[in-house]
Write a protein that binds this ligand. Sequence first.
Ligand SMILES: [Fe+2]
Length: 297
Amino acid sequence: MEFVTIESWPAPQLTDYRPALEAGNVLFFPTTPFRLPEESQDFLRNLNFSGGAIHKNVAYRPGADRVTGVEADSAQAKRLKSILRDYSRTVVEFTRALLPQYAPAWKLDYASFRPLEEQGRDLPLNKRNDLIHTDAFPTRPTNGDLILRVFTNIHPAKPREWVTTDPFRVIATRYARSAGLDRIASGGRLLNRSAHLLHSFGLPATPRSPYDRFMLRFHEYLKRNEEFQKNCAKYHFAFPPGSTWLTFTDVLPHSVHSGQHALEQTFIISRFSLANTENAPVSILESLCGRPLVESS
Ligand SMILES: [Fe+2]
């Protein structure tokens, strides 16, 4: 895998960065290529998490223009919402200019602020960020679409340290079977119908395609697989303060080892807008198991 560095933005000529991203590479901007006021960064870095009014995981939902993880309707909460809303809108505008072919069909997902030092966090295994994994959202199945995330390190001095490995195609070819791909592919429809039924009665069940069930399973499988964690190829990268980077976090297995104060915006990218649709994890898995994993395939 590679880090594709873009030194200046807007670039003098348009480049189609889709193939590089879809192959599991990272687009890296040493200098954040959009406006992010210093006073907003300062405000975020100095948020007070004691007292419980602001949770340690703050998310902004652009569709509803709502912040979750904040309880108080205080001046501080209002300022926080306005900063996250600005960040989200600015990143959307930037990403639309960088990757115009994705924009017409993408779904805007959440933006988030990650205020905690990643090193030494005491989390249950499935939530640990320091174990290499591919992303999958339990509450927001993608039905075969891809998860693109834009990150910005707003720490004034510390880099954000990632370790990645070979992209999804390599890892899935090696591990998808032992993670249960064939079982999930063949047992899928019935389970999904039951979830739809429960959902239609207002019961808490998220209907998931076999693809989404597999991706949730794979996330956990990779984290639990000590042999994989120990022996897989590892690529280290330290994203310096003030930098921005983006990658498909379901295509590129990744882990975070240290760093504090990151902003992030997520997009769900339609697999039909990829430059190479055969690079979509769903296409890779379908060719491995020989069965459709989402309804429209
Ligand atoms: Fe992740």
